[in-house]
Design a protein around this ligand. Structure first.
Ligand code: KIV
Ligand code: ZN
Length: 387
């Protein structure tokens, strides 16, 4: 088995994730999350946007003091004042990174900056050169790279590498790209940017069309080696790439020969922690961490699962920190599921007994949407069988 190519996990729950309307985290909550991200093996923690508010500055500063292993990163615009403030907030970090950049699509250049490609390139170079005066690790983001012309994107990437950028972030800011298109963009940069071997390419994908995970995976298949993501996929509008999804995709597909250093057993509890502190419930059918991710409810699936877990499960729930899969009892469940759950609560039914109890069970289940463990003894008692 080859040693896999490691993909760095850049977590932006505390910056892009925290931009979600109504989901402000205080410094104490951010510190608890940052500590957990560090423990779970995140490579880079984007702690905030220091110039945006005194509270955010304080959070970045405190996280910088706390974090032991991960790099700590602060966001800036391509503006000297932003960079000064970020450098100040990061001064206690063992491994600080400044993340600076500017919009590069024609739409951003015209409508946001009323500028030109030449001027934007100059501003990008100046920002990276300036940030390098404070730290050795400078990540450049080409905002709206997803809709940026590839030739211009390659040119600006080449220039910022010359200015000292160590990481090139290629955001699909508006979640517009198709997976193949995004992957080809990454491949194009690898093939056309002089000096590209000096920098790591990073994927930062938004989920406006539900493609952020697919695009990030396409990016790493095509040579990117960092994924920017958030716990539960929280983030602007429809959100960012979800960490739990990209980590488990690489783990479940060893054929890709890609992996991360994330301790996947901490994914579920971290998802719960972030959901509770942000006050943002996780949708039940969310991949990997949703409450239904390991719940089997139709009779056919339950029967297969009870015979062999692998018939309907591709991930062992314990690998992501979920104690066990569940068999949900509803009117769609079959005898196998009822027998399985009855046994778990102490009733080992014979075939004959099961036939009788099953009839009573269906009467109950038609009335009550879901049959819980505490309902099973009542159903058995109503069935009038000798136990
Ligand atoms: O989506 C985006 O383009 C961003 C950048 C600021 C990195 O979040
Ligand atoms: Zn973003």
């Amino acid at each position: 088995m080859n040693t896999p190519n490691y993909v760095d996990i850049f977590d932006t729950t505390l910056r892009d994730g925290e931009q979600v309307p109504g989901c402000k985290l205080n410094t104490k909550e951010k510190l608890i999350i940052a500590k957990r991200l560090d423990e779970m093996g995140v490579d880079i923690i984007e702690a905030g946007f220091p110039i945006s508010s005194p509270g955010d500055f304080k959070s970045v500063e405190e996280i910088s003091k706390l974090v032991k292993n991960a790099r700590v990163c602060g966001l800036t615009r391509a503006v000297k004042k932003d960079i000064d403030v970020a450098a100040e907030a990061l001064k206690y970090a063992k491994r600080p990174r400044i993340h600076t950049g500017i919009g590069t699509s024609d739409s951003h250049i015209k409508h946001k900056f009323n500028s030109s490609r030449e001027r934007i390139t100059e501003m990008a170079k100046e920002a990276v050169t300036y940030a390098r005066k404070f730290v050795d690790d400078v990540e450049f983001y080409a905002e709206d790279a997803g809709r940026t012309d590839n030739d211009f994107l390659a040119k600006i990437c080449e220039e910022v590498i010359k200015s000292g950028a160590t990481v090139l972030n290629i955001p699909d800011t508006t979640g517009y790209c198709l997976p193949e298109e995004y992957g080809q963009k990454i491949r194009y940069l690898i093939n056309n940017v002089k000096g590209i071997e000096k920098a790591v390419i990073s994927c930062h994908c938004h989920n406006d069309l539900g493609l952020s995970t697919a695009n990030s995976i396409s990016g790493v298949i095509n040579g990117a080696r960092q994924i920017e993501c958030t716990i539960n996929g929280v983030g602007e509008r429809a959100g960012n790439t979800s960490m739990e999804e990209v980590v488990m995709i690489m783990r479940q597909h060893p054929d890709l020969n890609l992996d991360t250093k994330i301790k996947s057993k901490l994914l579920y509890s971290t998802s719960q922690m972030v959901s509770e502190s942000m006050g943002m419930p996780v949708q039940p059918n969310k991949a990997i961490v949703g409450s239904n991710a390991f719940a089997h409810s139709s009779g056919i699936h339950q029967d297969g699962f009870i015979k062999n877990r692998e018939t309907y499960e591709i991930i062992d729930p314990e690998d992501v920190g979920v104690q066990e899969s569940s068999i949900v009892l509803t009117a769609r469940s079959g005898r196998a599921a009822l027998a399985y759950r009855a046994k778990k609560v102490g009733f080992d039914l014979t075939k004959l007994q099961l036939d009788i109890v099953y009839k009573e069970f269906l009467r109950f289940a038609d009335e009550k949407k879901e049959i819980l463990d505490r309902d099973i003894p009542i159903i058995i008692q109503k069935s009038n069988i000798d136990i």
